[in-house]
Design a protein around this ligand. Structure first.
Ligand SMILES: [Zn+2]
Length: 428
């Protein structure tokens, strides 16, 4: 079973410092999304990286490799190499077979295909498929990671990479159709006019692969993907059908902003509604949701930026909305990112993970929003990662792009340059 200690050993092996969070902090930062990771398994990715390792790309890539393995391994395939697994049946996606550890009973080993975990009801061995492999092969974690990665790369193990690739193709096709609908379709006319009023040029629209989920696209997408070899179950698993069903109402018109992985693959879309009174003005996370279910660790690393989720800047600007990243890029600020809603009380986990990966960030905020409750939320939610945050004060009631319109870009740059760390915030 993975523990912080085993991962610490791995990171120590690649030359990482030795500052680690207290148990309390570790529990605080643990994932809490239901249905994704069983609570009895102690692996998680919410490592509180010490500031000293932010420069250590080798350490980060080691952690990312580990996370990618957790996403890519297919427990039924991997464990099926050691135990003859059969489906539980009755609509369940679980499997069972003899346990190779205790060898007691014919079917004491249960394998969950949804979260790639296993548990033996007899000897209580349990964990992720990766733990199973380490235990079976008597390997250390640092030995197991390259070996399993090699098996996936060589094709000896299929894992979930094929499903990930196919999902990428479906999303890329969706992006292409939505972009065409925005650029050329008559239905995209109102959207183009709205974008003009927002000040978004053609060049920026192309940079972000902006699209329009028109009625035509909504109706044509599933048949189009089916004609291109995707079956219905696959599209449902990708979250495609549920996502489109959400847009059944004609009045619910959204601009799609492509969210890309660091390798440039389209992983979903943030939506920006064009009507003031739209029920949902914008989506917090990329949709459809299938990518998050299939590859939760990669999904946690997704950010929307002008440069495919990564930035070379020492410090980034946290955008309040995905759409703000587009507007800021239009104004010449290319190092804005959208990570999560800027609300420490509710959405701290994702932003916390982002900070733990070594980023420092400027948080644009209005003076009136700096309350005791807000500061409590920051220190409770982010722990010492809060030290990587600086705060730029905005005029009352305005978002950063609106300040640019009112005061001009130089004034905004000056505001950003004056951003203060948390400890100076009360004196702002
Ligand atoms: Zn057992």
């Amino acid at each position: 079973m993975f523990t912080r200690r085993t991962l610490f050993k791995l990171l120590a092996a690649v030359g990482v410092g030795s500052l680690w969070p207290t148990q309390g902090q570790a529990e605080e930062a643990s994932p809490a999304t239901p249905g994704r990771r069983p609570s009895h398994i102690s692996y998680d990715t919410s490592l509180d990286f010490p500031a000293t390792i932010s420069d250590s790309s080798s350490a980060l890539s080691a952690v990312e490799q580990w996370e990618n393995l957790l996403d890519d391994l297919d427990a039924v395939e991997l464990i099926g190499r050691y135990s003859r697994l059969t489906p539980v049946g009755d609509g369940s996606r679980d499997y069972r077979g003899p346990c190779p550890f205790c060898r007691q009973g014919p079917d004491s080993l249960m394998v969950g295909s949804r979260d790639d975990s296993y548990v033996c009801t007899n000897c209580l061995a349990c964990g992720h498929a990766l733990d199973f492999y380490i235990r079976m092969e008597r390997l250390s974690l640092e030995e197991a990671i390259p070996r399993l990665t090699g098996l996936l790369v060589s094709g000896a193990l299929t894992g979930k990479r094929l499903r990930l690739e196919r999902m990428g193709v479906a999303l890329e096709e969706t992006r292409r159709l939505a972009c065409e609908a925005l650029q050329h379709g008559s239905a995209g006319h109102d959207t183009r006019e709205w974008m003009k009023r927002e000040g978004v040029t053609q060049e920026t629209s192309e940079q972000f692969s902006l699209g329009f989920l028109s009625k035509d696209v909504r109706q044509a997408l599933i048949p189009h993907l089916r004609a291109n070899g995707f079956d219905q179950a696959e599209l449902e698993e990708a979250g495609m059908t549920g996502w489109l069903a959400r847009h059944g109402d004609e009045s619910d018109m959204s601009v799609l902003i492509s969210v890309r992985d660091v390798d440039g693959s389209c992983r979903g879309f943030c939506e920006q509604a064009m009507h003031e009174n739209a029920e949902v003005m914008w989506t917090f996370y990329s949709l459809p949701y299938g990518f998050t279910l299939l590859s939760p660790h990669r999904a946690d690393r997704l950010v929307l930026s002008a440069r495919n989720g990564r930035t070379s800047s020492a410090s980034v600007i946290l955008a309040e909305r995905p759409w703000d990243v587009v507007l800021l890029a239009e104004a010449g600020i290319e190092d804005a990112v959208y990570v999560a809603p800027l609300d420490p009380a509710e959405y701290r986990r994702r932003l916390n993970l982002y900070l733990q990966r070594g980023h420092t960030a400027i948080w644009p905020i209005r003076q009136a929003d700096i309350t005791v409750e807000f500061l409590r939320g920051l220190t409770d939610g982010f722990g010492r990662s809060a030290g990587q945050l600086h705060f730029a004060i905005l005029p009352p009631g305005l978002r950063l792009p609106e300040v640019i319109r009112q005061e001009g870009i130089e004034s905004v740059r000056a505001r950003l340059a004056r951003a203060k760390p948390l400890r100076d915030l009360l004196g702002a």
